[in-house]
Structure formats: structure tokens, C-alpha cells
Write a protein that binds this ligand. Structure first.
Ligand SMILES: [Fe+2]
Ligand SMILES: [Fe+2]
Length: 278
């Protein structure tokens, strides 16, 4: 039996797309809404270093995998995350044009990721699985609820759709490696607590820093709108909460949420956009 649990029909392979978003990043690209724009930008700020760390953690165990399907998926996973890291690096560079202190924000997060990179391999891989769970749940939510991206500029919508699709495709790769090479359920869940704390900490800190530059840090209206977007009915995080928590279940696996249909329809949307563009 293969060590891979990625279902048939789901392929993990990078798509080489470059996004021309420099002009859009100079604006409040998400419907001219300061909070929504800051929230997504804050997520983007964590990707270049975060995804490089995911690659590093999986590489630590790559040699122990002798299953051809999973080995192929590891290759695809590394390729996808490397391209996400590259595109989000450009994205974050582009944000400088709006006056944000991107170097300062990067330095703060990099310090944290350097600490993660010094942890024992099993914790690094458990951390990667936990962080991949956050990206997979958010990806599923964004693809399933296109209204959350309403008002965003077309290229930004496409960038986030592309990233969400690939996060869904490879959502179980690090997890399958962990299951085979480490397999400690207690460690998996324990490390998830730390990942949760840090994910919300840096998303919140980055959002605040970006809003400060916008002069909106103390704007009640901005925060009320933001809290509604994240925790209202149906807010992004409120909607995702049960899926986030599913990770604590004994015997949890990412493909217990089978969203292949959503993946297929999202892929045809992406293909339509790019066949039109080319
Ligand atoms: Fe990614
Ligand atoms: Fe990922």
C-alpha cells in the first residue's frame, strides 16, 4: 500500500505563473477596504520564510521515503512551495511602494523562523503539518466562499486562487511524511498549539503594523468592519474554526475533508483565466 493518501486524480505539480500585481499593491486592493487588504497582506508576509521552512522540514525526511508516489508528491510539494515563496516575495517587495516597513516586518518574522529551523527535526515537521493545516483550511474556505474575495482586483483574486488550489492539492504531503517517519500523535497535536499561537500572533501583529502605516490602527470603524469580516456571520475565521479544531482529533487526516470537487471547479476557473490571458 502506498504511503501517500493523496487521492487519485489530484496531482501535486507546480504551475509556473507570474503575477503582475505591482500597480495593485500600491492600492487598497481588496475593495478599498483597509482591514481586508491588511489582513491578506499580513498573511502574505509570512509566506516567503514560512514556506521555505516547510520545504526544509520535509527535506530532512525525504531520504526515508521509498514510496514512488509519495516521493513524486514531495518533489511537487517542494516545487509548489518554492514558487509560492517566490511570488509572495515579489508581492511583499511590491508592498514597499505603499510605504510599509516591509524590511522591519520581515526581520521580526525571520527571527522566529530561524528559531523554528533550530528545533529537532520531528518538531520542525510537526510544525510544518500544523501550519499546512492552517493554509489548507483557509484555502478551502476561500475557494468555497468567493464572496470573501469580492471587491479584490482581478490579478489579486487569481494569485490567491492559485495559491489556495495548490495548498489544497498538497495538503497531505507533509502529513503523510510525518505519519510514516515520526508518527507521534501527541507531538503532532502539541506542536499545533504552538503553531496556532504563532500564526495568530504574527497575523495580528502584521495586520496592526500595516494598519498603522495606513493611519487606521485606531479607527473603530476599520476594526468593527474587520471583526465582522473575520468573526461575524459568516466571518472567515468563525467559518473555519471547526475545521481548524478538527486537527486535534485523534486519527485526523487532511483528506478526511474530501474537497476534490471544489478543487476541480476552481482549477477550471484558473485555466479559463489563463487560457484567456495567453
Ligand atoms: Fe504555499
Ligand atoms: Fe503548503
Amino acid at each position: 500500500m502506498s504511503l501517500s493518501s493523496t487521492p487519485d486524480g489530484v496531482s501535486v505539480a507546480p504551475r509556473h505563473i507570474r503575477f503582475d500585481i505591482a500597480d495593485e499593491l500600491k492600492t487598497l486592493w481588496h475593495g478599498n477596504d483597509a482591514f481586508r487588504t491588511a489582513f491578506f497582506n499580513a498573511l502574505s508576509l509570512q509566506f516567503p520564510d514560512g514556506e521555505q521552512q516547510f520545504i526544509n522540514a520535509v527535506r530532512l525526511y525525504r531520504d526515508q521515503i521509498d514510496d514512488p508516489k509519495l516521493s513524486e508528491e514531495i518533489r511537487g510539494f517542494i516545487g509548489q512551495e518554492a514558487l509560492h515563496s517566490r511570488e509572495h516575495k515579489h508581492y511583499n517587495e511590491g508592498l514597499k511602494a505603499r510605504g510599509y516597513d516591509i524590511d522591519g516586518l520581515d526581520a521580526r518574522f525571520r527571527k522566529h523562523m530561524e528559531w523554528v529551523g533550530r528545533l529537532p527535526p520531528s518538531r520542525q515537521l510537526a510544525g510544518t503539518c500544523g501550519a499546512e493545516h492552517y493554509t489548507a483550511v483557509l484555502a478551502n474556505a476561500i475557494l468555497r466562499n468567493p464572496q470573501w474575495m469580492e471587491g479584490a482586483t482581478p490579478a489579486m483574486k487569481e494569485l490567491w486562487r492559485w495559491h489556495a488550489i495548490e495548498e489544497t492539492e498538497h495538503k497531505a504531503v507533509a502529513f503523510d511524511v510525518y505519519r510514516h517517519c515520526v508518527g507521534d500523535e501527541r507531538l503532532r497535536r502539541l506542536v499545533f498549539l504552538f503553531v496556532t499561537f504563532n500564526f495568530f500572533k504574527y497575523t495580528f501583529l502584521n495586520t496592526c503594523s500595516l494598519l498603522k502605516t495606513e493611519g487606521k490602527l485606531w479607527s473603530l470603524r476599520t476594526w468593527m468592519g474587520g471583526i465582522g469580516f473575520l468573526w461575524g456571520k459568516p466571518g472567515v475565521l468563525r467559518h473555519c474554526l471547526p475545521d481548524f479544531l478538527a486537527y486535534f482529533r485523534k486519527g485526523f487526516h487532511p483528506w478526511q475533508q474530501d474537497n476534490r470537487e471544489l478543487l476541480e471547479s476552481s482549477l477550471s476557473e484558473l485555466d479559463r483565466t489563463y487560457s484567456k490571458a495567453s
